[in-house]
Design a protein around this ligand. Structure first.
Ligand code: PEP
Ligand code: MN
Length: 264
């Protein structure tokens, strides 16, 4: 179902009127995790001011340590919804557990994110395949392109064809940055599948100063969109503080991304 063959035009995923996979590059921005109502209001204002049309934020966090902040859970969905609706921003948030799917539907989550660690959680993939909600499927930490496409196929097989693929950096021998952003995945995925492809430069580089360079490279290479972490006050972020852009940095980056998108 997800193979390129027979789909010369490519799929456009419509997220409450925001089109991902069309001619415009869409930037999904927001904090790693939902922390407080005030933080989410400031973040939503920053996303809107930068001209981004979609907002991200995790209420359920897949943390390496069980003792690290795990997300606010349902309260986080509430803070997120309230802040994002003020600016009419559709919300993108991670689903880790099939048992929370109904709650996500009740809270009007606009895009369900399947995180890298759950790329091959096949029961989760089957369940999101049964609902009528766009899904962002992140490439696993050490997953091949073919495994990513097969994971997408699990979702599509259930009837949900609104799938967006996300490359977020993969594990290699390199330790100088968090992950290696696989830019090559962009042309390869565009050739192999009709699904839109977004790049997450934040979890790839792991440092805020690397994000603009990686984001620009992704747009130049033909990405349909970007998933970028931005926090109203990065130093105070509860999760992934090192890689969060400030609202102003996001705004500045958007200017250069627009120029690149127009040039290609
Ligand atoms: C995230 O986007 O919040 C996240 C946890 O990313 P990943 O699943 O790519 O590690
Ligand atoms: Mn993060």
């Amino acid at each position: 179902i997800v193979a390129r063959e027979g789909h010369p035009d490519g799929t456009i995923v419509d997220i409450r009127g925001v089109k991902l996979g069309g001619k415009d590059v869409q930037v999904i921005a927001g904090p790693c995790s939902v922390e407080t109502q005030e933080q989410m209001h400031l973040a939503a204002a920053g996303v809107h001011a930068a001209g981004c049309k979609l907002m991200r934020g995790g209420a359920f966090k897949p943390r390496t340590s069980p003792y690290a902040f795990q997300g606010l859970g349902v309260t986080g969905l509430e803070y997120f919804g309230k802040a994002a609706r003020e600016y009419k921003l559709p919300i993108v948030t991670e689903l880790m557990d099939v048992r929370m799917l109904d709650t996500f539907m009740e809270h009007d989550v606009d895009v369900i994110q399947i995180g890298a660690r759950n790329m091959q959680n096949f029961d989760l993939l089957k369940e999101v395949g049964r609902v009528n909600k766009p899904v962002i499927l992140k490439r696993g930490l050490s997953a091949t392109i073919s495994e990513l496409l097969m994971a997408a196929e699990y979702i599509a097989a259930g009837g949900n064809h609104n799938i967006i693929l996300c490359e977020r950096g993969i594990r290699t021998f390199e330790t100088a940055y968090r992950n290696v952003l696989d830019i090559t995945a962009i042309p390869v995925l565009k050739k192999e599948t009709h699904l839109p492809v977004v790049i997450d430069p934040s979890h790839a580089g792991g440092k805020a100063w690397m994000v603009p360079a990686l984001a620009r490279a992704a747009v130049a290479a033909g990405a349909d969109g970007l998933l970028i972490e931005m926090h109203p006050n990065p130093c105070e972020a509860w999760c992934d503080a090192d890689q969060a852009l400030t609202p102003q940095e996001l705004k500045d980056l958007m200017v250069s991304l627009k120029a690149i998108a127009q040039a290609i």
